[in-house]
Design a protein around this ligand. Structure first.
Ligand SMILES: *[C@@H]1O[C@H](CO)[C@@H](O)[C@H](O)[C@H]1NC(C)=O
Ligand SMILES: *[C@@H]1O[C@H](CO)[C@@H](O)[C@H](O)[C@H]1NC(C)=O
Ligand SMILES: *[C@@H]1O[C@H](CO)[C@@H](O)[C@H](O)[C@H]1NC(C)=O
Ligand SMILES: *[C@@H]1O[C@H](CO)[C@@H](O)[C@H](O)[C@H]1NC(C)=O
Ligand SMILES: *[C@@H]1O[C@H](CO)[C@@H](O)[C@H](O)[C@H]1NC(C)=O
Ligand SMILES: *[C@@H]1O[C@H](CO)[C@@H](O)[C@H](O)[C@H]1NC(C)=O
Length: 508
């Protein structure tokens, strides 16, 4: 489904993307940085993926010190959304195994690709393992099978950001010692060098108060929890501004039925990166937005909210991307709004025009918060008008949303395997009582919760339909209201990372 979206983007949206600009920004990033490493594990030859990116086989490559104690295999079956490259071939480890990558010092995206299928005689359910990178535990007791079943995904990508030291970067796969016949496997590994995009300090909020400036230190590793193109469609790696990130549609994460309105930039808005470098996010992200809608009376009475499952016991970085893309919003105090993160006010008077010094100027804001070990596992991000500000419009806007988890004091980023979260939209055709991660009573519980939630928002739903209908007549792009029956995951955003912070760094 996701791949379908990426390969066949909305033509209206594609037309908006400034192809030239994207190419220029890619080359300017690429010029200063080492070439990406794309390793197609379990393969010996060069292969090209659906986006035209070249993947090197790990067999015979300098990254594979020896293939001893490893097996390569092709998946026994291919699910519809699963691409041949890099997912159909795997390298399988029955005991601890280390890939060694020669790297320079600096920040890297490390992306691990997994297709949880049966491989030859290796049963998908026995793939339970840890992945270690230097002092960091990236994944622990990770069951690709349970994760994919619980979240209803056909393949999984896990993205980490690590500042490597010059020399060698080791990536170690360790099969679980708690599961009989456990093995580890991987289908693809990406290592993408990047400039330091996390060094600028952001606000740390605690107990509803802005505590202090906080920044990601050089010895911190991050895991990407969500990366959303708010109000737009998915952006594929080659359409990113040089770092090969995938940006996802935000609509599955909208809380309740109050969707607001999504729209693209007015044609005569001149987009320019004067406040942030283009590598922060592509214009595809900044050229679309979601706002609350045209009716101030409706907007005064709800919060446009996204909900993202997270793990307890970690510090999180929430990065919000903004750009005013309507010609009628061009001076300060026209659209002033409040931002809540984790039920705390993060920004009381957000004014994107003031931040960007005009419309068409991308800006972003970083906020940190800590989720204590015992609290709820959903993160809410909400925007709503600041009524007391004297703002001309009672409205709020967001263009992009990224969420990153920071490693805990023991260097751990891992959490337990997921169980289906209540707000997850369940594919009735696939969810079955026999599923490893749930049982029928749990499943009914999930549905019941969904129904109760649905009733509670009926009033808002009616209003939202009215708003959307109005928007449609005015010629805005409105959102599809079909349920998302199946979502492919790129990151851990579907709560596969729930868990306690401590004691998980030890190799099992
Ligand atoms: C992929 O490899 C081919 C053959 O070596 C080369 O011509 C092409 O430019 C490469 N593509 C990319 C995107 O690097
Ligand atoms: C972080 O690392 C970069 C190089 O990767 C270095 O230039 C910078 O001084 C380091 N910062 C701190 C605070 O150590
Ligand atoms: C990386 O792994 C290799 C092989 O296991 C080992 O010899 C080397 O010491 C490791 N290097 C680091 C920096 O961990
Ligand atoms: C992240 O892990 C590293 C390595 O274990 C550690 O030095 C650092 O303090 C950790 N960061 C935080 C915020 O605890
Ligand atoms: C590993 O994960 C499974 C499935 O989520 C869970 O039942 C088990 O308790 C976990 N084991 C450890 C040692 O964390
Ligand atoms: C089924 O799920 C429910 C709700 O999660 C739980 O209370 C119950 O113990 C589970 N039953 C079995 C047999 O696992």
């Amino acid at each position: 489904m996701e791949n379908f979206q990426i390969k066949h983007p909305n033509p209206h949206f594609t037309a908006l993307c400034s192809f030239v600009f994207v190419c220029v920004s890619i080359s300017s990033v690429a010029a200063n940085l080492p070439l990406p490493i794309l390793l197609n594990c379990g393969q010996s030859s060069l292969a090209v993926d659906g986006d035209g990116r070249n993947w090197t086989g790990d067999d015979g490559s300098k990254f594979l010190p020896s293939s001893q104690n490893t097996v390569t295999s092709r998946a026994n079956s291919q699910a519809p959304s699963v691409q041949e490259i890099p997912y159909m071939e795997a390298r399988i480890f029955s005991s601890q195994f280390t890939y060694t990558f020669p790297v320079d010092s600096g920040w890297k995206f490390i992306r691990l690709h997994f297709y949880p299928a049966d491989y030859s005689k290796f049963d998908a359910s026995n793939a339970v393992f840890s992945v270690i990178a230097g002092p960091y535990t990236l994944l622990h007791n990770f069951s690709t099978f349970i994760t994919a079943e619980a979240l209803n995904f056909e393949y999984l990508t896990r993205e980490f950001t690590i500042n490597t030291m010059a020399g060698f970067f080791n990536l170690t796969f360790v099969p679980s010692s708690h599961v009989p016949n456990a093995y580890a496997f991987v289908n693809g590994i990406e290592i993408i060098s990047m400039p330091s995009i996390f060094s600028k300090p952001g606000k740390f909020i605690l107990n509803g108060q802005f505590i202090q400036e906080f920044s990601v230190m050089n010895d911190t590793a991050l895991q990407t929890v969500a990366r959303l193109n708010v109000g737009g469609t998915a952006v594929s790696p080659i359409k990113d501004s040089g770092l090969f990130r995938t940006w996802y549609d935000d609509s599955p994460y909208i809380y309740g039925a109050a969707w607001g309105v999504s729209y693209a930039k007015d044609p005569n808005i001149y987009m320019r990166y004067t406040k942030v470098p283009s590598v922060i996010a592509p214009l595809n992200v900044y050229s679309t937005a979601r706002s609350m809608g045209p009716d101030p009376n409706i907007n005064k009475n709800y919060k446009l909210t996204w909900t993202i499952p997270i793990d307890a016991g970690f510090i999180y970085l929430v990065r919000l991307h903004f750009c005013e893309i309507k010609t009628y919003i061009f001076r300060p105090n026209q659209r002033v709004f409040t931002i809540d993160i984790d039920n705390q006010v993060a920004e009381r008077e957000a004014d994107v025009i003031t931040w960007g010094n005009g419309n068409g100027v991308p800006v972003y804001k970083d906020y940190f918060f800590i989720r204590s070990a015992k609290s709820a596992e959903e993160l809410l991000v909400a925007i709503y008008p600041n009524i007391g500000s004297g703002s001309q419009y009672f409205d709020a806007i967001l263009n992009g949303l990224e969420i990153f988890k920071l490693n805990d004091s023991s260097g751990n980023l891992a959490g337990p395997n997921p169980t289906p979260p209540p707000q997850q939209i369940v594919d009735l055709r696939r969810a079955s009582p026999s599923s490893k991660s749930g049982n029928s009573s749990h499943f009914i519980h999930v549905i019941a919760k969904g129904i109760v939630g649905g009733l509670l928002v009926v009033a808002i739903l009616c209003l939202a339909f009215a708003v959307i209908d109005l928007q449609r007549r005015k010629g805005f792009t409105q959102l599809p209201l079909e349920p998302h029956l199946k979502i492919s995951s790129s990151f851990g955003q579907e709560n596969d990372l729930r868990g306690k912070a401590s004691g998980r760094h030890l190799i099992d």
